[in-house]
Write a protein that binds this ligand. Sequence first.
Ligand SMILES: Cc1cc2nc3c(=O)[nH]c(=O)nc-3n(C[C@H](O)[C@H](O)[C@H](O)COP(=O)(O)OP(=O)(O)OC[C@H]3O[C@@H](n4cnc5c(N)ncnc54)[C@H](O)[C@@H]3O)c2cc1C
Length: 467
Amino acid sequence: MKEYDVVIIGSGPGGYICAVRSAQLGMKVAIIEKYKTLGGTCLNVGCIPSKAWLDSSEKYHELTHSFTDHGITAGSVKLDFSKMRERVKKVVTDVSGGVSFLMKKNKVDVYIGEGSFKDANTVTIKGEKEVQDIKGAKIVIATGSKPSTLPGVIIDKKRIITSTEALVLEELPKKLIVIGGGVIGLELTSVFRRLGTEVSVVEFADSIIGTMDGELSKTLHKILKKDGVEFYLGHGVTEAKSDGKKVVVTAKDKKTEKMITLEGDYCLVAVGRRAFTDGLNLQAAGIKIDDRGRVETNSHLQTNVPHIYAIGDVIKGAMLAHKAEEEGVLVAEYMDSQLPHIDYNLIPGVVYTWPEVASVGLTEEQLKASGKEYKTGSFPFKASGRARASNESDGFVKVLADKKTDEILGVHMIGPRCADLIGEAVLAMEYRASAEDVGRTSHAHPTYSECLKEACLAATDNRALNI
Ligand SMILES: Cc1cc2nc3c(=O)[nH]c(=O)nc-3n(C[C@H](O)[C@H](O)[C@H](O)COP(=O)(O)OP(=O)(O)OC[C@H]3O[C@@H](n4cnc5c(N)ncnc54)[C@H](O)[C@@H]3O)c2cc1C
């Protein structure tokens, strides 16, 4: 039987990054993946294909909606949906191939098959043709998550679908009903709306992207409504059914108890994801899960069986690829007797709609609830020369800083390229910068990043320069 220093189950961003870092630290590593391609949800049916669709649909939308403002008139614009889908598929294949390359480069043994615990040090791999056991002195569970659903909503994967099927649809929906106004639901809403689909979003909460700062939620709601997305907030879906050609969704208004009925050709269920441990046979190793089915871990990401670790979507915390990656690195370094640390407050959150929404640190609602004294500084993109030059003036950057020390406590932004801009805010907060520190840092002109500098100046002493 082959023996390894570390056996990793699952090749998503948590698992494959843990494999690379462990190999860098001199460990003999095996990674097990039940699908034929590596990269997990993120690369195959998550971050990468969704961003590829977002980029393609954004280009189409610009050509059909905003190019004329730039003095560009196109003759006849044709949407080739299947070509768009093929491009997305190729992007996924290329990126997943990149992970296989990394495994080879770092001499990580890859096993394709479903891994399950035989005992606390042995994993059985059920491949297409053979079954084999391997041993690991340490084992990392990185099996990710799967879409959840609601009572009364049975996902048939044809008309009532999850994001996985939505990313490979063979036709462009005419009318799409999206259940869930969170990140995944709204990103796919944007894709289809830009391509011309009529989209209705039904959300149980009274706001969209509920965990983000309230001002971001309100602004995105307004912009998506202006783009023609129909919203039913405060509505609980009671049933979704399909006759194979169309779908009918019923929902109840929480306040008035009035029922509504929506009809479409597809219904996308985007109500969150659940930790995935099916088939792992956790009991054979004595590993505990919590009441939400997530593998329980301590601050070193060890399970109750100390040489078995768990990372990413399968444990508590935000279901984000970069959170899973940080945890993969942490576990590898901890296994190497180092003392790594993750500040979960500084894991940024991004919604890749257009404009993009991005956030790090505490929201204004959290600060109010904590009673901490804070000050705010905002800067609108419409006051930015760069945003004006590119006709992208919706949105703002908001900085929240400690009233006494001026330390930045949270940065929340909606606008062009915020997904990239938030990196500067994360870095500043990682080094515990004050708003004035960022405000006194030279930012190239004209750039969108000047908006963060200006918002910091506004927070420092109400001394933004360009407004
Ligand atoms: C549509 C969509 C868009 C998203 N966009 C973003 C985004 O833009 N940014 C972001 O940060 N996050 C995004 N996410 C979330 C992100 O994909 C996840 O947070 C991330 O993939 C979690 O990584 P992971 O390594 O924990 O698990 P996963 O990526 O889910 O990987 C787990 C892997 O384990 C394998 N596995 C499971 N059980 C076994 C077993 N028993 N044996 C062998 N293999 C097994 C699975 O097949 C899978 O390949 C998105 C998700 C979706 C669905």
